[in-house]
Structure formats: structure tokens, C-alpha cells
Design a binder for this molecule. Sequence first.
Ligand SMILES: [Zn+2]
Length: 682
Amino acid sequence: MQSSSTGPAAGNPVSPPWISASVAKLSHELATRYGDSQRARIQRGLQQVTAFWRTEDGDHAALEDFVRTGFAGDQATLDAIFDRLEHMLEQLGGHMHEINREFRQQLDLDLGPVLPLDEIIGGYDPSAHLVDDFFHNKLAFVVLLNFPLTTLAERLKDGPSWSRRQWAEVRLAQSFSKRIPADVNLGIAQAEAQTGQYISEYNIWVHHLLGAHGQRLFPPKMRLLSHWSLRDEIKASYADSSNGLAKQRMIQQVMERIVTQTIPAVVVNNPGVDWNPFTNAVTPAAVSDSDFLPAAQPHNRREPDIRYAMLQKTFLASKRADPYSPTAPTLIARRFDENREIPEARVRAMLEQVVNSPLVPQVAKLIEARIKRPLEPFDIWYSGFRPGSQYTEVQLDEIVAKKYPTAEAYQQDIPNLLMKLGFSSERAQYLAGNIVVDSARGAGHAMGAEMRGEKAHLRTRVEKTGMNYKSFNVAAHEMGHNVEQIFSLNDVDHILLKGVPNTAFTEAFAFIFQGHDLELLGLPAPEAKSEAEKLLNNFWATYEIAGVALVDMAVWHWMYEHPRASPEELNHATVQISKDTWNHYYASVFRKKDIVLLGVYSHMIDAFLYLPDYPIGHLIAFQIEEQMKKAGSIGPEFERMAKMGAVTPDLWMEHATGKPVGAEALLEAARRALAAVNEAAN
Ligand SMILES: [Zn+2]
């Protein structure tokens, strides 16, 4: 990790040549003017400003003038600057957000036809160039001159002893910790768009997959997007007692060919060919289930490492931003130190704690007993841990539609729903008064406010026949987000600390509400057995996704260590990393070596090291949920936690549960669940 105090202009690739002389002069001048007590602040401010100052920002006289007038040499001036900025940035962020919300209204809500105009206006982001603007008018430099930039190491080490105001200052400075040139940002956006496009069209027409005797296992027209729908088809096939196993084995074979890029290029998104993924033979489609014509004389030439050329695009584009981000100088550091704020080494240790857990072979044994065969590699996606329900979906639909014929009916019932979750009548009224329920065009989402006095929006789908159970379940989830958003905006002491440490935290709150949806309907809570099944399902999913995340992390390190590798070399490296990870943590459970399935996730190609968010999210959700169980009531505990605001995840979790972020809560819950399920079976 690079320290933020490595001398003037460190990390500034476009630093003007005269800058050191100006720094020496200013540092002496200001220290004489404000005294020794300000010396450290002066040094830091000058270093931070010059780390971003470019020739276009002005000559040495302009810099010197700016520093002389912009530096707050006494506490009263510093307080005034801080208060103004805190207020002004709230107004700016809040109103920008309002504009965004209004501009997206037609796209987001169930308001009738969408015009081409709505697409343009909904895609417009008025705040897209704010950071650039604030470097240009020097507001960013005022912040950098007076408030501290920090590394994650410093936030972790010193953060617990900082006052809330110090934390707010740190968050204020962080808004300007990078000054990435527009063309570099554009390159990142283009890489994102190109890889996203590649991924979104990577379909396999599975009716055209042939078994050894030419049999077709999948129905006509079925088109599975890699990896999501392929994986979900493996999950769904557990219910197919006649062909399920053959389908699962076939999809595994397809996935392996995608990872190794031995997949024939012609079979991607093409129903004009038949393909036997085991022999890799490709023939003109013998049946037609689309408008495509059968390909004449198709070749089985492999896909020429395009998957890895795409991944490399995201790496090369990200790498160009490195020199402009002094406190997090790699994409890896930006993901872990800035977005997640948990050091990579700790994340790795937590993930290893899950994949190495002695519970894994025990749960594996339970799965084998249920499927009545030894595990096969695709069983990392075993889907048989299912909470049973006393009600059918049809019954639930009926109950919900009667209760909530309109969005207004749901809106009116919010105080009542919140009281069922243990909020006092006063808090329930307060929260309900800050939520607006809208009828969503799509599946539903929660949109918080960004300034005090503005309301959070709960978007949910309401059919003409009333709300159905699925929408109610989603609405419960979104209401959890809304309640978090209201507390962490309106009830946090410094607006600069609004929010939660990262998205895993708000998701955890949302899942807690969602998990109580039956009680919200006035129905009995799920039984203990059903609860245990749900826990084991989450445990097994975390075991799977932890390995996927470890592969993603190792691949990014490999790319940074081999910046000039060819896509083919990246292919070989990814395949080797996938096998090594499998051999290390999975092979003994599955009794099979050298499997590459952990490398199949599409996010690995287009999402810039996003995958570790999933397992971390599971761990955080378990910690928060266990704490709520311990406290015995959701309402007051929810409020206490959510008011902490956006400090580091560890500090937040210490405050919430007495322990930093970790895997123990998940493992403890899984241990309990396993015991309960085994006991019920005996
Ligand atoms: Zn959510």
C-alpha cells in the first residue's frame, strides 16, 4: 500500500516541474504565519494539493495564491469551511438525486408507454462531471488543502479512536481522492460496455446439444445465458428424476468448454448447429427451433480466447486509472480498500475459513444421502435445501391480493407492518411518513433520498388484480432498504456519514424484513426445520461462491503481475488458477481433481473484481441476523445499528455486534442447522 505522505506530487503523473520549489516556499511561509501547531496540517495539505495539481490548474503564482487564501490556519475558519461544505454537498447531492429520480420516472414507474425521449432523459446523469468541475473551480483543492486523505490502513488503525467529526472529515476528503482524466474514465466505460455486450449475448441453444446417441435432453427454443441460466438449469434439474443427472453432466461439460475456450466458436448463440459437447463434434442443425437457417458445413474451430481478451480489456482500462489514484493505486486496492474497506488479506482469510470449514464435508454427506449418489462437481450448485411452506403460492397470492388491491393500500398499512417487526408506534409512524410507495414498471426497487426532508421511495409491482405474493415478498425486502435509508440519512449525526459501509449491509437489512414476510401477513412464522434448511442452503451457496471469489482475486493479481500477457496466456493462467483453487478446497469433498467450474462466472469477465462482494455479503447478513436474534426484537436493534452510518465495516460491525466482520456467525448458524436437520432425520 502506498502511503499518502511520500513527498510532494507523489502519484501525480502530470506534476508541473516547479512544484517542489513552491511547496518549500509555502510550507515555510504558512508555518511562520500560523505557528508550529499547524506545521503537520500545512505539510499534509500541500502534499495533497500538489498530488493532483496540473499545469492547466495554473502556474506557480496561481498555486501559491490559492494556498495562501485557501488554507484554514485556525480552528474557527476550519469549522466554518467544514460546516459550509457539509451543508452544500448535502444540497447538491440531494437535488441531483431528485433530478435523477424525476428524469427516470417514466422508465421506473408503471406510467404507460415509454417514448424514445424517456430513454434519453432517463440515461442522463447531471452529476456525471461533478468531480471534474470541482477540480476545475478548485473546490476540490480547498478540501484537499484542509482535510486528510487516508489509506485504508490508517482508517483501520486510527478510525476507532476518531471522533465523529474526524470521520466526517475523512469521508469529505475521500470524495476527492482521485482525479481520473476524462479519457481514462471513458476507456473504462467502453471496456464495461464491450464486455457487457459480449456477456449478454453468450447464449447456448441447449436443444441443439447432443448426447452420445444423438439424443436431445432439452426442449426446443431453450436458450441459456452463460453462466446464470446454465447454472440455474443445473439447479432446476434436481427435480427431474428421469433426465436431470444427464442434463447436469452435459451443462457441466459446456461450462468447462467455455472456461477453457475449447468451445467451438460457431455454437455460441447459434441454433443453426448441433453440438456434442463431449466429443466437440459440430454438425448442421438437424432440427429447427428458430428463424436461423442450419449452418452449412460448420467448423468446430474453438473460440479464439475472446473471453480472456474481454477480461483483459477491463484490466488494461482500469490500470490506466492507477496513477491518478494515489491512496488506492490498483483496481484491486480500489475494490478492497475503497469500495469494501476490508483489506484483501482479511477477506481471503474469511473465505478460506468458510471453504476449509469442517462443516463442509458434513453438509456434503447430507447432500449425498439426499441425492443417493456420490457428489459430482456440478453439485456445488445443489439446490435441495428448501424451506417447506404450509401455504401454496396460490393461497398466498389470494391473501395478498385481498389485503393489498392497490399500492395505496400497502402504503397505508406500513405503520402496522413495522409494528409487527417490533418498531414502536411512534417510530413506525415516523418511518411510514418518510416512505412513498410507487407502482413499479419492473420487479421493484428501493430508492432512498440523499438529503434530509426528502422521502424514500418504495417501488413495487401491483397488478390490476392486486398485489401478488411475489411482489409482497419483494416489497418487504425493499421496505427493509427504505427503513435503513431513512435512519442512516435522517438520524445520523453527520450527513457526510450517511448510509452504510457498503451494499452488503443494506442488503442484510432488506433480507431480514423479507425473511419475515409471512409474519407481516399475519401468518405463522416458518418452522424451525424450514429455517434450518434455509440456513444450509445459504451455507452451501457461500461455500460455492467463496471459491469463485478466490479465483477472481487470484486472476486479477495474475493480470497485474503479467500486464503484457496475451489473451491465450491469460486463458491458461485462469484455467490453472481455477484448477488449483478447486484442488485445494473442493477436490477432497468431491473426490475429483482439476475441475475448472469455479472460473465460469460471467461477472469475472465484465464486473471488475466484483465477485468477492457475494460471499462477504453472506457473512455480513448472518452477523446482523444473529445479532437481531440475540436482541430478540428487530425494531430497536435495527435503528441502533443503522444510525452508525458509513464508517468502516469492521467498526460498524463492532458497534453493532461486538465483533468485526467475520465468518463465525455463518459457521455457527450452519452448525446449528446441521444438527437440527440431522436430528430430525434420525
Ligand atoms: Zn436489495
